[in-house]
Design a protein around this ligand. Structure first.
Ligand SMILES: Cc1cc2nc3c(=O)[nH]c(=O)nc-3n(C[C@H](O)[C@H](O)[C@H](O)COP(=O)(O)OP(=O)(O)OC[C@H]3O[C@@H](n4cnc5c(N)ncnc54)[C@H](O)[C@@H]3O)c2cc1C
Length: 347
C-alpha cells in the first residue's frame, strides 16, 4: 500500500494499515509540512476536536475519534490534548434526536447567561464539557515515529499502481492512496485523473483578549470560531471564501482578518480582541460531501483527503475506516482468501 503525503491523514492511514499487517509505505515523510512553503494543514490546524458535527456521518466519525482520544491517555498526551469544553452554536435547533453522550443543548438565553454569547434568540448551543483541542502536528509526529516504512522523497509522478519519487525511484503497490491534502487535486489532474476535489483557503489569527472564561467554540450564526490559546489569548477565525489558492503559499486575506475582531466583539461583548502577529494562512482539500474519507479514483488509485477544514476531529476514526475498507477489498495481486485482519490498534 503506497500512501502519498505525510499530513495527519497519510500518517494515520499508513499506521492503521501497518497495524493490520499490511505493507504500508508512507511517501513524502521528509517533507512534513508543505513541500514548498511554510505549513500544510496539519501544521497550521487549530486542532478543535469535539463529538458534535451537524452532519450525521461526520458526527459519528468525530464522536468515535474523540472517544478513542479520551480513552487512551498516552495518545491524548502525544497529541497535546487540552480540555476546554466546546460550544457549537446553531441558528436553530438541530431537529431530530442528538445522540451525543455528555452534551447539553442550551437555549439562546442560556447561551447569554453562561457564556455572554450575544446571538439570535433562536440560537441553540451544543455544549460538550469533555471536548477541547489537540495539536495535529504533535499527533502526526508521534504516529510518524511508529511507522516501519517511510520514504523521505516526495512523489514526482503518479501512475496506476506505481509512484515515481523525485529522486527517480519507482515504487509499485497494490493500492496507491493519495493523501496529499490541498495538493491532491493538482496531483491527480497532472496524472490525467478527473476529480471534484478542490482546495480552499483557511485563515485565523491569535488575539489578546480580556476574557479567560471561554471554551472552544463555533458559531454558525456568524461563522466565528475560536479556542483558548493560553492566558489572555484566543485563536479566532472566520470562514474564507477563497477557492483554489496555491497550497504552498496561500495569500493572507487582510479584510477577513479585520472582520474577525468586529464579529467577535458583536457575539462576545467584552472580549476586546486585538490580533497578535500576522494571520495563519493555509489551505485544505474540500470534498462534496465534506469530510476525510477514502475515495476510489480509477484502477488502484484512491484518495484519502477532503478534510474540508475539519479533519483533525475525524482523522482517528476515518483512518481506521479507510484502512479496513482498503484491506477488505481483495487487492489485484493478492491471492484470494488472504483477507487482512481487522484494525485493532491505536497509534
Ligand atoms: C488553518 C487551518 C485550521 C484548521 N483547524 C481545524 C480545527 O480546528 N479542527 C479540525 O478538526 N480541523 C481543522 N483543520 C482541518 C485539518 O487540520 C485538516 O483537515 C487536516 O490536517 C488535513 O490533513 P491532511 O493530511 O489531509 O493534509 P495536510 O496536512 O495538508 O497534508 C498533506 C501532505 O501532503 C504532502 N504532499 C503534497 N504533495 C506531495 C507530494 N508530491 N509527495 C508527497 N507528499 C506531498 C504535503 O507536504 C503535506 O505534508 C484546519 C485546517 C487548516 C488549514
Amino acid at each position: 500500500m503506497l500512501v502519498v503525503g505525510a499530513g495527519l491523514a497519510g500518517v494515520l492511514l499508513a499506521r492503521r494499515l501497518q497495524d493490520a499487517g499490511a505493507e504500508a509505505v508512507l511517501i513524502g515523510a521528509g517533507c512534513r509540512g508543505a513541500p514548498v512553503g511554510p505549513a500544510d494543514a496539519t501544521a497550521a490546524s487549530g486542532g478543535l476536536v469535539r463529538a458534535f458535527e451537524p452532519e450525521p456521518a461526520a458526527r459519528a466519525l468525530a464522536t468515535a475519534s474523540l472517544t478513542e482520544l479520551l480513552s487512551d491517555p498516552a495518545l491524548a498526551a502525544s497529541a497535546g490534548w487540552h480540555r476546554t469544553g466546546s460550544l457549537y452554536v446553531l441558528a436553530a435547533g438541530p431537529g431530530g434526536g442528538l445522540e451525543i453522550g455528555g452534551a447539553d443543548v442550551l437555549t439562546g438565553p442560556e447561551l447569554r447567561r453562561r457564556f455572554g454569547f450575544d446571538g439570535p434568540a433562536s440560537a441553540v448551543g451544543i455544549w460538550e464539557p469533555r471536548a477541547g483541542y489537540i495539536s495535529p502536528d504533535l499527533l502526526r509526529l508521534a504516529v510518524l515515529r511508529g511507522l516501519a516504512r517511510t520514504e523521505a522523497a516526495p512523489m514526482a509522478r503518479l501512475d496506476d499502481g506505481a509512484v515515481v519519487l523525485r529522486d527517480g525511484r519507482r515504487l509499485t503497490g497494490d493500492r496507491v492512496v493519495v493523501a496529499a491534502g490541498a495538493w491532491t487535486p493538482a496531483l491527480l489532474r497532472a496524472a490525467g485523473f478527473a476529480t471534484d476535489l478542490r482546495t480552499k483557503h483557511i485563515q485565523y489569527a491569535y488575539h489578546a483578549v480580556t476574557r479567560d472564561d471561554l471554551p472552544s467554540m463555533v458559531d454558525e450564526t456568524s461563522g466565528l470560531y475560536g479556542r483558548p490559546a493560553g492566558p489572555g489569548r484566543m485563536l479566532l477565525g472566520l470562514p474564507s471564501g477563497r477557492w483554489d489558492p496555491d497550497p504552498a503559499a496561500p495569500e493572507a486575506d487582510a479584510a477577513l482578518a479585520e472582520r474577525v475582531a468586529t464579529v467577535a466583539t458583536l457575539r462576545l461583548p467584552g472580549l476586546d480582541p486585538r490580533p497578535i502577529g500576522p494571520p495563519v494562512s493555509a489551505a485544505d482539500c474540500y470534498s462534496e460531501p465534506a469530510g476525510l474519507a477514502l475515495r476510489a479514483v480509477a484502477g488502484s488509485v484512491h484518495t484519502f483527503t477532503g478534510g474540508s477544514g475539519g479533519a483533525a476531529k475525524t482523522a482517528l476514526a476515518a483512518s481506521r475506516l479507510a484502512a479496513s475498507t482498503l484491506l477488505d477489498r481483495p487487492a489485484p495481486r493478492r491471492p484470494t482468501g488472504s483477507r487482512a485482519p481487522d484494525v485493532p490498534t491505536t497509534p
